[in-house]
Design a binder for this molecule. Structure first.
Ligand SMILES: N[C@@H](CCC(=O)N[C@@H](CS)C(=O)NCC(=O)O)C(=O)O
Length: 216
């Protein structure tokens, strides 16, 4: 199965974290979101133009990072669970925390980052709203992480897959130094082999991109 992804995309990192945590192999298909031609070609496969996107050999496809993780949970039941199989309340909590990480953290961080690096027009109202959401997420997480290593308890879940990738960019646009448990969580995340593997691929690309911007 092919996973269409972009190397700097947090939502791609989220799906890839799940694959690595579960030890499920996939064929990575890089989409160059910066190229109009590549985008046009990709939109023929996935009309939304968004990554990640999973395409099976039989043509069955799964868009959206959360749906991809749900799909992996169903198709590979004997791999480590990212959504608890038992305890309806626990699974619901993971799904809620996943939504929270996507909507009130990942997307606001992308908004702040794209404004910061000039890929999105400056808009102070949108930036303020994004900062408010991020601070809300930090406050909520900082309380939870005071007594547990991962967002939903002692096990690494889909909620962590959703939250960790944007923390990389959050260091630049919304530092979390005032939230020591979030900072400790980020330290733990960086030791996770699944995340190390993803970061080893994207960080050099990010650094090169930033160096180019400084020269330009
Ligand atoms: N809700 C989607 C969000 C995906 C998303 O926004 N991906 C970004 C990259 S991080 C993207 O494809 N951006 C390209 C575009 O918006 O045209 C998911 O969870 O997969």
């Amino acid at each position: 199965m092919k996973l269409y992804y972009s190397p700097l995309s947090t939502f791609s990192h989220k799906a890839m974290l799940a694959f690595h945590e579960k030890g499920v192999a996939f064929t990575p298909e890089l989409v160059d979101l910066g190229s109009q031609d590549a985008r046009a070609a990709y939109e023929k496969i996935n009309p939304t133009g968004k990554v990640p996107f999973l395409l099976m050999d039989n043509g069955w496809h799964v868009p959206e990072s959360t749906s991809i993780i749900e799909y992996l949970e169903e198709e590979f039941p004997n791999t480590p669970r990212l959504i608890p199989a038992t305890g309806a309340g626990t699974a619901r909590q993971v799904r809620f925390m996943d939504r929270m990480a996507d909507l009130y953290f990942n997307e606001p961080i992308i908004e702040l980052l794209l404004q910061r690096i000039g890929l999105r027009a400056q808009d102070s109202a949108r930036a303020d709203r994004a900062r408010n959401y991020v601070q809300m997420a930090y406050g909520f997480w900082n309380t939870r992480l005071a007594t547990q290593p991962w967002l939903c308890g002692s096990a690494f879940t889909m909620a962590d897959c959703a939250a960790i990738p944007a923390l990389f960019y959050a260091q630049i646009v919304a530092p979390f130094a005032g939230h020591p448990n979030v900072a400790a969580y980020w330290q733990r995340a960086q030791e996770r082999p699944s995340y190390k593997r993803i970061r080893a691929e994207f960080e050099p690309i990010w650094n090169a991109r930033m160096a180019q911007q400084r020269v330009a």
